[in-house]
Design a protein. Sequence first.
Length: 160
Amino acid sequence: MKKWIIIAGLCILVIVGVSVNVYFQSMKPISHAKDFAEKKAREKANLTSMDQFYLYNGDITYYVAVGKQKNGKKVAVWIPEKNSDQITIEKWSDGISKSEAINTVMKKEKPAKVLGSRLGMLDKEPVWEISYLDHSSRLNYAYVYFLKDNDKTPYMITNI
């Protein structure tokens, strides 16, 4: 009986070990993207600290770093994955907050459940991408322009 308990314990340890390894291996690309974004934002936008990181996969993949510059101003930095020297920097105070973007979608679309939000870039315009489920459990994406003084329609919806 002791032999079976030892074998079962070893099997559980192996399964847990493999699962932990798979998890950490799967997180490596995101960790590398975050490190790359922080390095580029420090280089190109004088970021001294990075408070938030977003990975946006649209037509073009963007890494978005949010943090403070040497002068103490909070900024968001959009870094395209391919042409990483063509960054976009916007003052945080010139944009709307995550909660404002979500509230816009809540008022306009009345989703059943908001799944997530991230900063991204749509047609060379900084946006908040809000993913949500409608009342028919369909996945939807709403894009709310980040900049307050944008003369475009404040949001657009894409159903999937």
